[in-house]
Write a protein that binds this ligand. Structure first.
Ligand code: ADP
Ligand code: MG
Length: 238
């Protein structure tokens, strides 16, 4: 079964169409990477999936529900951005559980969910700290903890590692892969980084100018690029 289907999605800002007739499918438990240069429409597509931006046409289907008119908070998705705004005055524990607190989840279920997420992310020893006392990588783990406790059907990541230095980026890439293996939750992951895309994705959609140039598994994209743009962008041997 498909977790996510995108059918003929278009998006215009004013008279400029920035997404042209996008079709995508992500199978249950898959890891779909949207890869392409800056400005190609990755974040816009992710925002449409999240419901933060209306499309100008087409359908977004999550599970068996067409969600075009469904409010973001009722789509059962969790999003992690590059600028992960943690609440500076709250402890890590409360940052992770705040969404559940807002939804009036009772204290003991909330504590259980926080403990599980913290264990998974190996940040149990940091729960009483404030964000200001954490490194960049630790803050990123807290941001992921916040997403995990919501137990979503789908994770959406928008360049979550682009503010980290090279060494941390590799570490967190491994961490995201491990989490995906452990949780088995479907992911849509936006990046302009080819290596990130090829190491994380079970499927990669290479985009340019609001059009998907190729949608395939990483090996196929590398060995059989659909066109010159894909070959050049991926750095395939030609
Ligand atoms: P990416 O995430 O791949 O860098 P974006 O989805 O942010 O690309 O942007 C795709 C195109 O849409 C760009 O040309 C960008 O300038 C334009 N765009 C994005 N958001 C808006 C907006 N709110 N208003 C007008 N144009 C926008
Ligand atoms: Mg973007």
């Amino acid at each position: 079964m498909a977790t996510l289907s995108i059918k003929g999605v278009r998006k215009s800002f004013g008279s400029v169409e920035v997404l042209h007739n996008i079709d995508l499918e992500l199978e249950d438990g898959g890891f779909l990477v949207l890869l392409g240069p800056s400005g190609c429409g990755k974040s816009t597509l992710l925002s449409i999936i999240a419901g933060l931006e209306p499309s100008s046409g087409g359908d977004v289907v999550i599970g068996d529900r067409t969600v075009n008119d469904v409010h973001p908070k009722d789509r059962n998705i969790a999003m992690v951005f590059q600028s992960y705004a943690l609440y500076p005055t709250m402890s890590v524990r409360r940052n992770i559980g705040f969404g559940l607190e807002m939804r009036r989840v009772d204290t003991s279920s909330r504590e259980d969910a926080i403990a599980r997420a913290a264990d998974l992310l190996q940040i149990s020893h940091l729960l009483d700290r404030k964000p200001g006392q954490l490194s960049g990588g630790q803050r990123q783990r807290v941001a992921m903890g916040r997403a995990i406790v919501r137990n979503p059907d789908l994770f959406l990541f928008d360049e979550p590692l682009s503010n980290l230095d090279a060494k941390l980026r590799v570490e967190m890439r491994t961490e995201i892969k491990r989490l995906h293996d452990r949780l088995g939750t479907s992911v849509v992951y936006v990046t302009h980084d080819q290596v990130e895309a090829m190491t994380l994705g079970t499927k990669v959609a290479v985009m340019k100018g609001g059009v998907i140039q190729q949608l395939a598994d990483p090996q196929t994209i590398y060995e059989k690029p659909a066109n010159m743009f894909v070959a050049g962008f991926i750095g395939s041997p030609t």
